[in-house]
Design a protein around this ligand. Structure first.
Ligand code: NDP
Length: 395
């Protein structure tokens, strides 16, 4: 029986994780659940899975959470405030931590899980992008096991030798090919991008996901963040990572070896596959995902991305090449710009423009510790906010 803590349990990845866990009550038990402020959903989950600990980051929602739990006769211990998620990530009863908080808000709890030597199931890509060298060093020093949840990186992980060390390129790997669906605006006229709405941006053709990652998929920044993530997780140079548009979202990514072999992982676009893989690794368990009918799929197409239409990907690739604090600045500028777009304060085409301005007006630096990460993050957030205020479009 493995104890699992789910950070971000009320989100899309969190709910999918609970779905997989519910299929295997003999293998996994929910040791702790955590979220931001959705007290009602958190309470329902805690009751259904008999979670002994429930953490809520927004302390003002703690009273509601307590009331919802006690009304259902649930005795789970409630932890509240920003440190609560770190606390549940390090509990002795917890073997595996699903890091599924969205954005930089997940950084501290992800690092805490790594420091505590847990099996870290990493969905929160922003923490790796921001603090890559620090997080990878922490994983190595503590002996934590790092398993990628992003479907692309999980696919690459599955195509690498089992003994590959975190952050070290296994011998014989020539390239990593990351696939991207291209998002909902792959074919629309570039001039119309100015007028697309948050609802259109969040209507992903193949995946059902949270709003922030859906917008990132529409700008291709998601692939940019994944590009950075791939360099860090697998210890390859930026020049060894290629992005391919693959509209069907069936081939989740590929590894090319020096002998010309290309290994790929295929499956239906359903996050329960990488989640089940990481929960049970190195064993395999059912995930609830249907068999893929390749005859029905028929064609698998691959195209080069168009960086002129989707400049966010190019900006992320530059940040990956520059290293240091540049990925943290990129991530922060993107988070601010995406939040502004979702709130109607910025149009879609302005998202990469804001990020580019921030990248050209902030300086890079080394990432030695958490303070360096937080300083780069704060500087980029300030710059982005200043740029956005006078631009408001839908106000
Ligand atoms: P959602 O928006 O669906 O869920 C986000 C979760 O994070 C919620 O539980 C939310 O709690 C919690 N949260 C938000 N802000 C805070 C905060 N300040 N403090 C603590 N918790 C917070 O996101 P997704 O599930 O889509 O994505 C989660 C992560 O996984 C992201 O990093 C994303 O890039 C990555 N990912 C997602 C995939 C997907 O298919 N969705 C695929 C691959 C990676 P509350 O509900 O209380 O607000």
């Amino acid at each position: 029986m493995k104890g699992v803590a789910i950070l971000g349990s009320t989100g899309s990845v969190g709910e999918n994780t609970l779905d997989v866990i519910a299929r295997h009550p003999d293998r996994f038990r929910v040791a702790a659940l955590g979220a931001h402020r959705n007290a009602a959903r958190l309470a329902e989950q805690a009751v259904r899975f008999s979670a002994p600990y429930v953490a809520i980051a927004d302390a003002t929602a703690a009273t509601q959470l307590e009331a919802e739990l006690r009304a259902r006769g649930c005795t789970a211990r409630v932890l509240a405030g920003p440190g609560a998620l770190e606390e549940i990530a390090t509990l002795p009863e917890v073997d595996s931590v699903m890091a599924a908080i969205v954005g930089a808000a997940g950084l501290r709890s992800t690092l805490a899980a790594a420091r505590a030597g847990k099996r870290l199931l990493l969905a929160n890509k922003e923490s790796l992008v921001m603090a890559g060298p620090l997080l990878m060093r922490t994983v190595r020093d503590s002996g934590a096991t790092l398993l990628p949840i992003d479907s692309e990186h999980n696919a690459v992980f599955q195509c690498l030798p089992r003994d590959a060390a975190p952050g070290v390129a296994p011998p014989g790997v020539r390239r990593i090919l990351l696939t991207a669906s291209g998002g909902p605006f792959l074919d629309i006229d570039a001039r119309r991008l100015e007028n697309v709405t948050p609802e259109q941006a969040c209507a992903h053709p193949n995946w059902v996901m949270g709003r922030k990652i859906s917008v990132d998929s529409a700008t291709l920044m998601n692939k940019g963040l994944e590009f950075i993530e791939a360099c860090l997780l697998f210890g390859v140079q930026a020049s060894q990572v290629e992005v391919l548009i693959h509209r069907e979202s069936i081939v989740h990514s590929l590894v090319e070896y020096v002998d010309g072999s290309m290994l790929a992982q295929l499956g239906a676009p359903d996050m329960r596959t990488p989640i089940a893989h990481a929960l049970a690794w190195p064993e395999r368990v059912s995930s609830g995902v249907q068999s893929l009918d390749l005859v029905r799929v028929g064609k698998l197409r691959f195209e080069a991305p168009d960086l002129r239409r989707f400049p966010s990907l190019g900006l992320a690739q530059e940040a990956a090449r520059a290293g240091g604090s540049r990925p943290a600045s990129l991530n922060a500028a993107n988070e601010v710009a995406v939040a502004a777009f979702l709130e109607g304060g910025l149009n879609f085409a302005q998202i990469p423009a804001v990020i580019e301005s921030v990248m050209t007006t902030t300086s890079g630096g080394e990432i030695r510790d958490l303070d360096d990460v937080l300083a780069a993050d704060a500087e980029a957030r300030d710059r982005a906010s200043l740029l956005i205020r006078p631009r408001a479009v839908h106000a």
